[in-house]
Design a protein around this ligand. Structure first.
Ligand code: CA
Length: 297
């Protein structure tokens, strides 16, 4: 029997989502634990007010009905002319998990960030261009640590620096998706990423430089977390629960990917150093988080 996919053919009866349709109390508890784990805030960005309880589970459930998923990531750091280690590994983990479930995934970024996705074998990879949404025809879109426009239409990093000259308008795809009724998920850890439009007021009130950087592009589901890769791993963990199989990457794969990004010139987005850390955190912090997630399965 095939999986239920969105959008459903017009003359077919609606099919319940893959996985259990009734959430058991044990499962509920597990989803809440994932939300707590990924909301740890090692960089001290005041993420807690941005967290949307229940969105993680809902995002995982809609993904089980996906026909094709477009995944975007890539945050450029102009001062050192490099992309960062947070984002691509999480995007790859999601794409790999979806592929394992038989759901095709495609990656989208811009020329600034493409080398780091190539370094970890994220493919098929497309560079942003107008008309891409029609060409790729996804049912669902996911953003992992991808900057989205602020109220003034410019793109800002967490320091409040205008990085628009180094940013293709990938967020335009999410605005088009909303008009077309496609499902979208935003994963971010700073308030300036695609999806944070759903809590822009909280970003302005609680996050440093929030008045300047708050992204105004919303998604159907928002996963605010301490490190964006962690949010993506959390979503993979939720997908694993719904499908009763471990879809998480191994700690070794995580380490290898971050090291491959660094070998390609990538930097830690917080320290801006070309070394295998993520948002100022040593790799052990990420592998430990993965182990904690895996323990929930
Ligand atoms: Ca980050």
């Amino acid at each position: 029997m095939g999986k239920a996919r969105e959008p459903a053919p017009p003359n077919q009866p609606s099919v319940p989502p893959v996985g259990r349709t009734v959430t058991s109390s044990i499962e509920k508890n597990a989803f809440e634990k994932i939300e707590q784990l990924i909301a740890q805030d090692p960089a001290g960005r005041n993420i807690a007010p941005l967290v949307q309880p229940g969105h993680l589970e809902a995002a995982a459930r809609t993904l089980t009905r996906a026909g094709r998923v477009l995944i975007t990531t890539g945050f450029f750091v102009p001062s050192v002319e490099a992309g960062e280690t947070d984002g691509p590994p999480g995007a790859k983990a999601l794409g790999a998990a979806l592929e394992t479930l038989g759901i095709p995934a495609v990656y989208v970024t811009d020329a600034w960030n493409a080398p780091y996705l190539r370094a970890i074998g994220a493919k098929p990879l497309h560079l942003y261009e107008p008309g891409l949404l029609e060409r790729l025809a996804p049912s669902h879109l996911i953003s992992v640590e991808r900057v989205g426009r602020a109220e003034d239409g410019r793109y800002y990093n967490m320091r409040g620096e205008d990085i628009s000259p180094y940013t293709e308008p990938v967020d335009e795809l999410f605005l088009q998706a909303a008009e077309q009724g496609l499902k979208s998920i935003g994963i971010g850890d700073g308030g300036n990423e695609i999806g944070m439009g759903g809590c822009a007021e909280q970003v302005r009130a609680h996050v440093a430089n929030g008045q300047t950087i708050a992204c105004v592009v919303a998604t159907d589901y928002l996963i605010a977390c301490g490190v964006s890769n962690w949010g993506a791993y959390g979503l993979v963990c939720a997908l694993s629960l719904l499908n009763s199989r471990d879809l998480l990457p191994s700690g070794k794969a995580l380490r290898t990917e971050v090291e491959a990004i660094v070998a390609s010139g990538g930097v830690d987005g917080v320290t801006r150093r070309n070394e295998p850390t993520v948002d100022g955190q040593p790799l052990q912090a990420s592998t430990h988080l993965l182990a904690q997630l895996r323990a929930l399965l």
